[in-house]
Design a protein around this ligand. Sequence first.
Ligand code: IMP
Ligand code: MG
Length: 171
Amino acid sequence: MKILIDRSEVDRRIGEMAREIATDYAGSPPLLIGILNGAAQFMMALLDHLPGDMLEQIDYDFVDVSSYRGSESMGRVELTKDLVVSVEGRQVLIVDGIVDTGRSLAFVLDLVSARRPCSLKTCTLLDKSARRVVPLVVDYRGFEIEDVFVVGYGMDYDQRYRALRYIAAIE
Ligand code: IMP
Ligand code: MG
């Protein structure tokens, strides 16, 4: 493994993103929707950096999706855990750890937008935009990375290395 983004750089950037989100949503705090498991650590870190008065009005929930890797259904995404909260009329911010082909995020965007939120934006810690298959708008992006397989900060390799506080590339 090779460290791609060290702990202090990840922390610094998440702080910056949180300040941007706090400014954009001033007076109307968002409902955060994290995509499991990759977004969990990042979403908690974002919350750590948001101002205390905003936290009084912030809610969050999680969804989980899985994508088929088999040849026939390649690229198909399925919902494995739905939301508990209602998104209708809310300012929703979808949070993911990494956007690769974009299929997972596009799927969650469709799911949420059908439930009529009053606004809908996206946020990801890492973006491999060169690999995008489904075009989508990423409103808040932590780092643009090359087409390498990464672990850490929620990202796993066979369910391992999620808890790392830095981002590393598997060689
Ligand atoms: P997408 O649907 O192709 O955008 O894939 C997004 C999902 O694939 C992420 O939520 C991760 O679970 C997984 N993924 C994509 N690239 C990586 C990587 O480099 N490391 C770990 N997981 C990844
Ligand atoms: Mg995932």
